[in-house]
Every structure is written in C-alpha cells, then in structure tokens.
Design a protein around this ligand. Structure first.
Ligand SMILES: Cc1cc2nc3c(=O)[nH]c(=O)nc-3n(C[C@H](O)[C@H](O)[C@H](O)COP(=O)(O)OP(=O)(O)OC[C@H]3O[C@@H](n4cnc5c(N)ncnc54)[C@H](O)[C@@H]3O)c2cc1C
Length: 464
C-alpha cells in the first residue's frame, strides 16, 4: 500500500504556514528570557545546523525531552544511526522553559474522571507508568551524569478552600487505595507547620515520587548524552518540508540541507508544525503557560510567609498555579497564559500571575520579579498523551500531548519509541496513551474551545 506521502505534495508546500498563535511564539532564533537560560549557559551543546544532503536510519523532528530521550536510547541501547533536528537551540521549546516539576500527571483530568472515562485497570496502568517515568528521569541522570539540580522530594497539592480540601481527601483515597500511588493528607495546621502559610491554604495532599529540577540543564544534559552515545544533533534546522522519495525514504528539508531517513519520529509537542503532515493536523490544542521568578528571598521574607518547603507545589484550582522555591531562594510561580492567539497582552498575563501570587502569598507583594517567560503546553482531545506509530505509514512514530507534565512523561515516551524501533515491536503501553487520539473539529475553533473551557473552569473555581 502506498503511503499518503507518496500520493501528494508535502503538505507544507500546499498551504502557507498557519499557526494557532501569532509568530512571536515561534521565534526559533530567540531564546526565552527565562531564569533557566540565565543559569544554564555554562553547559554547551555542540549542534551545527544541517548542511547539504545527509542520510540516517532515524530522523527526529524536535529536540526536547521526547526527541532527545528517543535519540539517547536509540543510539545507546540499539546502536541505531539517529539524527535530531531542532528549529531552535536544544532546549528552545517547552523542555527548556518549564517549571521543572518531575511529578505524576500527564492527563487533563482528575484521577476520578480518568477512572470514569477509561476504567480503573487502565487508570492504574497509566499511573504505574507515571511512577516509572519519574524513576527513568532519575536513572538517566545517574547513568549519564546529568546535574539537573534536584530539589524537593514530593509534590504538595494545596487546597485553596475548605471545599477543595474535601475534594483532595476523596482524591487521596482514590490515589492511595485504588491507584496505588503513595500519598497522604495533611490538615491545615500541619500543612502550615511543614510547608507554608497562606489565606488560601486549607490543608494539602502530599504525593510521591516527585521532585523539582532545572529543566534546561536536564535538557542540555540529555542532548550531550545523546551526542556522546552517537546521535548527531542539528540545531537551527527547522524542518520546512517533509516528503518521501521515489525509493520510499523520508526526506526532511531545512533551509541548509536535506535529510533522508528510513524512519521519522515527530517530537514537537505544543510547537507542532502541523502543516508538515496532514495526519497530525488538529490533533493538538497548544495552551500558553507562563512563569515569573522573583529575586532571591531573604530568610526573614521566607519566615514572613512561613515558607519551609523545597517540594514543588500546586494549588487545587481547576486553572491551577504551580510554584516552588528554587535552590538560590528565588520563588518560581506559574499559571495560565494568554488565550487570544496573539501575544500583545503578555505584560498583562505576567501581571495577573504575579497578582495571584501576591494574593496567595501576601507577605511577598513587594518582592521584585526578575524573570518572566512563557511557552506552549499541549492538550489532546481525549485529554491524555498520544504515543505510537502511524497506521497508514508505520515508519512514522510520534509522542505528544503531555498536558503540562512532560518532564517525566516525554522522557518516558521517547524511551518507549526507541524500544519500539530498536526491538521492532510495540512495547506494552498503557491503553490511555496509545495511538493518535481524535482531531479537534473544526480545527480553527480550537482557541474558542479553550477560551470557553477556561471561562467555565474559572466559574467553577469561584464556586468551590
Ligand atoms: C511554561 C511551561 C511550564 C511547564 N511546566 C512543567 C513542569 O513543571 N513539569 C512538567 O513535567 N512539564 C511542564 N511543562 C510541559 C513540558 O515542558 C513539556 O511537556 C515537555 O517539555 C515536552 O517535551 P517535548 O520534547 O515533547 O517538546 P518541546 O520541548 O516543546 O520540544 C519541541 C521542539 O520541537 C522543535 N520544533 C518545532 N517545529 C519544528 C520544526 N519544524 N523543525 C524542527 N524542530 C521543530 C522546537 O524548536 C522545540 O524545541 C511546562 C511547559 C511550559 C510551556
């Protein structure tokens, strides 16, 4: 059977690039002004742009955790000839600019809803894979000697109201009792003693395993480990066309050259150039998430908020905030970014996020914010990750849709894809992550769905 690629011109030649968000979000030549970029520039990654005509067995589009973990495992464990093309530098995407939470997550729904939607056995299998994914990140760092500055040893989910605390109690029963995840409930007083004080602190749930890390150091570490193990890396090599040659090879064209490959891994997650391949069009809903980081807090300032924890934390809102103390006593606080598709309101987004932080942690209302940045997380229609091989062309593999929890999930997805290609057979993946999932239809209304969803969640948050 001929693949769809043979039957038509590359999709990218047929239509102009039309992205969901404005061009500001896709400036591959410009790093985000993040705290991570400012504190990882001692780690060099050597990756010249692709030049001329080259070939390899596996070509990977996208040099974040998914692509790099796939490359590392392919080169190291299977001795496969692999190249990674990234449009920016390695770590330009979400893998270089996230909150650094290495925690259980990966879906857009609560554990109760996951069980309702996909059944208890499938949910259990998925949660088990999340725990393995965290262990995998730890193991890679040990094996490849990556110093990602681990910080904290659990995730704390803080109830923002008393009603939310009751919900957390139910969730914890499910996590511990049914899904086998180590978790415990801590009442408001104990939570204040152990973690922090806040007018929005009504008790907490503590989940393990989890920890915080420096996401860009981890990403650069993965890149260097992949290269050391034999993968070839090409930065500033945006794939502009993806076609197939008459003899059945993939042909990826960049501004500087072209790469012929037997197999391709599509690993671009929230920054997916969906015009490159029709099958992937409308499979994702990229959502902007934004982060602010303060100057270092003094011991007195930490005491004023009774801040005592190194654990990464989130609150229990549907539109949640994620926050953590960093090893140098700065405070990182993240939340939802703009949803209009243009970035002219960026400043307002950061002010809103800082406003939420000040409401939650009023003693820090006058602490200066020194870094602000944003990026795209990736939702799918079925609200769980998509990992697999295309039915219509088994030489194409993919991993995306980690719902803002890719540090562990993307790393794990990359390894699953490498094992799949290396062993020549599908690994036993949890049903919840298997395959492409559905398309958003009509695709052009995706941001409208998002805005609607956010309005609804905000309303529900006000009532709880
Ligand atoms: C602000 C923010 C905070 C987050 N916080 C957390 C967190 O605390 N914990 C957590 O687990 N997850 C978090 N996430 C999510 C996590 O960062 C992602 O799920 C994960 O990094 C995805 O990895 P990836 O390799 O699939 O994609 P990415 O890291 O986004 O990499 C995709 C790459 O594809 C490249 N690319 C795009 N188009 C092309 C093309 N045409 N040719 C070549 N290359 C191309 C891009 O340059 C990019 O580098 C956060 C994300 C954001 C944005």
């Amino acid at each position: 059977m001929q693949s769809w690629l043979l039957q038509q011109e590359p999709f990218s030649r047929m239509r102009p690039v039309k992205r969901l968000y404005d061009d500001n979000l896709y400036r591959f030549d410009t790093p985000q002004p993040s705290y991570w970029e400012a504190t990882a520039n001692d780690v060099e990654v050597t990756a010249a742009p692709l030049q001329g005509t080259e070939s390899c067995d596996v070509a990977i589009i996208g040099g974040g955790y998914t692509g790099l973990s796939a490359a590392l495992h392919l080169a190291r464990d299977y001795d496969i000839d692999v190249r990674v093309l990234d449009a920016g530098h390695f770590g330009w995407g979400a893998s270089g600019r996230n909150g650094g939470f290495c925690c259980i997550g990966g879906t857009g729904v609560s554990s109760a809803d996951l069980i309702k939607m996909r059944g208890v056995d499938n949910a259990k299998e998925f949660y088990r894979s999340q725990v393995s994914a965290i262990e995998l990140v730890r193991q890679i760092a040990i094996d490849e000697d990556i110093d990602y500055q681990a910080f904290g040893a659990a995730e704390v989910e803080v109830a923002h109201t008393s009603k939310a605390f009751r919900r957390l109690q139910q969730e914890q029963e499910l996590l511990s009792g049914t899904l086998g995840i180590e978790s415990q409930i801590v009442g408001a007083d104990e939570s204040r003693e152990r973690y922090y004080d806040s007018p929005e602190q009504f008790g907490a749930m503590v989940i393990r395993p989890a920890f915080g890390l420096h996401p860009l150091r981890y990403c650069k570490g993965l890149a260097n480990a992949s290269a050391r193990r034999g993968a070839r890396l090409h930065a500033r090599s945006e794939v502009l066309e993806w076609g197939k040659t008459d003899d059945g090879f993939h042909n990826l064209v960049t501004a500087g050259g072209s790469l012929k490959a037997s197999r391709v891994v599509f690993a671009t997650n929230g920054f997916m150039p969906e015009q490159l391949n029709r099958t992937f069009h409308a499979r994702t809903l990229p959502v902007v998430s934004a982060i602010v980081v303060t100057r270092p807090l003094s011991e007195e300032e930490k005491a004023a908020q009774a801040w005592r924890t190194e654990h990464p934390s989130i609150n229990s809102r549907r539109i949640l905030n994620y926050y953590r103390l960093l090893p140098d006593n700065r405070f990182l606080f993240g939340g939802r970014g703009h949803t209009k598709g243009h970035t002219s309101g960026e400043r307002q987004t950061y002010d809103e996020i800082a406003g939420t932080m000040h409401r939650m942690l009023p003693a820090w209302a006058n602490v200066e914010i020194e870094y602000r940045w944003h990026g795209l997380i990736c939702y799918t229609r079925r609200l769980s990750p998509s990992i697999g091989q295309l039915d219509e062309d088994p030489s194409v593999y993919f991993g995306f849709g980690y719902h803002g929890n890719g540090v562990n999930t993307a790393t794990w997805a990359g390894k699953q894809l490498a094992d799949w290609m290396g062993k020549g057979r599908a690994p036993k993946l949890p049903v919840i992550v298997m395959g492409l999932g559905g398309k958003f239809r009509p695709a052009r209304l995706r941001l409208k769905y998002l805005q609607l969803g956010i309005r609804l969640s905000t309303l529900l948050d006000r009532r709880s």
